[in-house]
Design a protein around this ligand. Structure first.
Ligand SMILES: Cc1cc2nc3c(=O)[nH]c(=O)nc-3n(C[C@H](O)[C@H](O)[C@H](O)COP(=O)(O)O)c2cc1C
Ligand code: SF4
Length: 402
């Protein structure tokens, strides 16, 4: 891992940390102490849905079972997202120590990293790193000499399906089945991997936990806003001079971020990946925060040279490819939305039909079984609404101009 390390500092996630320190601190903390700090931190899961981590761990800890599991969701399949990869390569100590904290808190003895199939090249260095942790007794039996503190970590390689990032599809895949989302409830915190209570946490969430154990929940909550505490990693790509992974406090305005990454002539910013929302210049004053524009961290920048219909088509083709096909709104709906985009492309549409497709999109948002189909209409609706002047003046304004 040492070769990959860059000197990088940041206020929260990228701040200094030494491997094992959070695990040592656990020796003097009870499970309740950890839950108290997490509650104080107001940390919300960084995988996209923003569920409070303290609540998830408290519920998993309270569930009765012979075995429990902690899963680190490193599937990172959302287009435009690469911050978890950076954490795993450059800061594995934050992620793995956070998993040990999680195992201790929920009462799991096994942690599993579900690693994105395309990150196969990380498998060997990460396994070597885990072997070093075992040598230092930071994993294994009686960790750091504490009787009964047993926890180990295994890595499971995914096969490249976006839907397997959804926690119940991920669990199906871990069990050796097709990666298809389950009905919820029951939730993984009660019935997860092998039918046992399982907490599924994003890579960045676990990294944040490590710092919270060391510096306290109050320290963490002083960054960000009252409803979005701490800082966030953003994967920035597209039309800018300085793409990359940035740590910024929640509440940062889109315009501020564009300045930091030196984006010029920006026409649109897609926030939250393909399943997120696309905003025009008039909305660049909005804030990246749960209370304004929530995001798992993907920021794609498009300048004036980009064709927004082409951008939209690209996203819809992605969803059509990635839908698992299990439920009708998503399986058929994405197909219909893509057809609509192609009709606009050929200038063979009517506004009545496009409005019907937007209604279909709103139905998919409520009727689809999992987050993929619930969010895939977002770019269709937001790009057609926010960029209508560009998109609907491409040809003659529609076949019949209606
Ligand atoms: C289609 C789809 C893909 C997802 N992909 C990921 C992913 O790659 N990584 C991730 O952490 N969460 C992903 N999620 C969210 C997970 O289901 C889950 O909410 C998350 O792992 C919980 O971790 P957190 O509480 O730390 O945010 C995805 C959800 C959906 C619907
Ligand atoms: S919404 Fe899409 S991805 Fe999710 S279960 Fe239904 S068909 Fe599968």
């Amino acid at each position: 891992m040492e070769n990959h390390k860059k000197k990088r500092t940041g206020p929260v996630i990228f701040s200094q940390y030494k491997r094992g320190d959070a695990i040592k601190k656990l020796l003097s903390m009870s499970r309740e102490d950890v839950l108290f700090e997490l509650k104080d931190s107001k940390l919300k899961g960084r995988g996209g849905a923003g569920f409070p981590t303290s609540t998830k761990w408290m519920l998993t800890a309270a569930a009765k079972a012979d075995r429990k599991f902690l899963v680190c969701n490193a599937d990172e399949g959302e287009p435009g997202t690469f911050k978890d990869r950076v954490l795993l390569i450059e800061f594995p100590e934050l992620v793995f120590d956070g998993m040990v904290v999680g195992g201790y808190t929920v009462g799991a003895q096994l942690g599993i990293v579900y690693l994105r199939g395309e990150y196969e090249y990380l498998l060997k260095p990460l396994e070597d790193y885990l072997a070093e942790m075992r040598k230092d007794n930071l994993l294994g039996k009686n960790i750091l000499g504490k009787e009964g503190f047993d926890f180990d970590i295994e890595i499971f390689l995914g096969s490249g399906a976006y839907v397997c990032g959804e926690e119940t599809a991920l669990i199906e895949s871990l069990e050796g089945h097709r990666g298809e989302p389950r009905n919820r409830p029951p939730y993984p915190i009660n019935t997860g991997f092998l039918g046992r209570p399982t907490s599924v946490n994003n890579v960045e969430t676990l990294a944040a936990v490590t710092h919270i154990v060391i510096k306290g929940g109050k320290w963490f909550s002083e960054f960000g806003t009252s409803q979005s505490s701490g800082s966030k990693l953003f994967s920035v790509s597209g039309d800018c001079e300085k793409p990359g992974v940035y740590e910024l406090p929640w509440g940062t305005k889109v315009s501020e971020l564009l300045k930091i990454v030196e984006a010029k002539n920006t026409k649109a910013v897609q926030i939250g990946g393909a399943s997120g929302h696309c905003i025009p210049k008039s909305q660049f004053g909005r804030a990246l925060a749960y209370e304004d524009i929530p995001t798992g961290g993907s920021i794609m920048i498009f300048d004036e040279s980009r064709d927004m219909l082409h951008v939209l088509k690209n996203f819809m083709e992605f969803f059509l490819d990635e839908s698992c096909g299990q439920c009708t709104p998503c399986r058929i709906g994405n197909h219909k939305l893509l057809e609509g985009v192609e009709m606009i492309e050929r200038n063979e549409y009517t506004f009545a039909h496009i409005n019907k497709l937007k209604d279909l999109g709103r139905t998919m948002q409520v009727a689809s079984k999992c987050g993929l189909g619930q969010s895939s209409p977002n770019p269709f609706i937001s790009i057609l609404e926010n960029f209508k002047d560009e998109i609907f003046t491409r040809g003659n304004g529609g076949r019949n101009g209606k």
